[in-house]
Write a protein that binds this ligand. Structure first.
Ligand code: SAH
Length: 213
């Protein structure tokens, strides 16, 4: 688990690129600058870790593109101590960005192998508590609800009503919705029954799938 000056230099360049692409939130940029993305990837991809691209992490899944991670995190607007639910733990990279921003994180992964791998790795990397669950993100975590923020990091064919119902009033959910490509969508819970929806353009994610063992 080595982070060198070279890696840090490459991260600075990545941050400059993300700024050019429109990411403005200083704390989000600071988190990208701080978290060593190369440690979340197979060492054979290490040279590519600071390109703005998605890469395979095994089990047919990918670590999201840095721009996508930054965009989703910026849109989520987190503050320290908020309860945040992430769907799709994957490599744990997005989770680390959220932890760096000081939230209380709950994260769900449906692929057992990835779940176990990241469950081992993440606490070693960041000395912050994180609640990791193996299960079906469509169902969320009713026992821990409500959440101030919910972030879905796989392409959802539809918006799961369980997730909407687990959002606190005043809370925000960021979810890419669609099959082949997804529209980044923000849901703000205005009241018990009322949600405000805003769309933010096309993105590409691996699909959100039902629970698997
Ligand atoms: N946040 C991850 C992105 C991983 S890609 C990262 O930073 O690396 C999306 C992840 O969502 C994959 O790991 C996939 O296995 C997981 N996933 C897909 N469907 C899911 C579901 N129904 N519940 C929980 N996780 C799911």
């Amino acid at each position: 688990m080595i982070d060198t000056l070279k890696h840090q230099g490459l991260r600075n360049q990545l941050v400059e690129l993300l700024k050019k692409k429109g990411i403005k939130n200083e704390q989000v940029l600071e988190a990208i600058r701080a978290i060593p993305r190369h440690l979340f990837m197979d060492s054979s991809f290490e040279d590519h870790a600071y390109q703005d691209k998605a890469f395979p992490i095994g089990e047919g899944q990918t670590i999201s593109q840095p721009y996508t991670v930054a965009f989703q995190t910026e849109l989520l607007q987190v503050a320290p101590y908020q309860k945040v639910l992430e769907i799709g733990t994957g490599s744990g990279y997005q989770a680390s960005i959220l932890l760096y921003l000081g939230v209380q994180l709950y994260t769900i992964e449906r692929q057992q192998k990835l779940f176990k791998q990241t469950q081992q790795f993440l606490p070693k990397l960041l000395n912050r508590p994180v609640q990791m669950y193996f299960g079906d993100g469509y169902k969320g975590l009713p026992q821990q609800a409500p959440f101030h923020r919910i972030l879905v990091t796989a392409g959802a064919p539809y918006v799961p009503t369980d997730l909407l119902s687990q959002l606190a009033i005043g809370g925000r959910m960021v979810i890419p919705v669609g099959n082949d490509t997804q529209i980044m969508t923000l849901y703000e819970r205005v009241s018990d029954k009322e949600f405000h929806k805003t769309e933010y353009g096309d993105f590409q994610f691996v699909p959100m799938l039902p629970e698997r063992n």
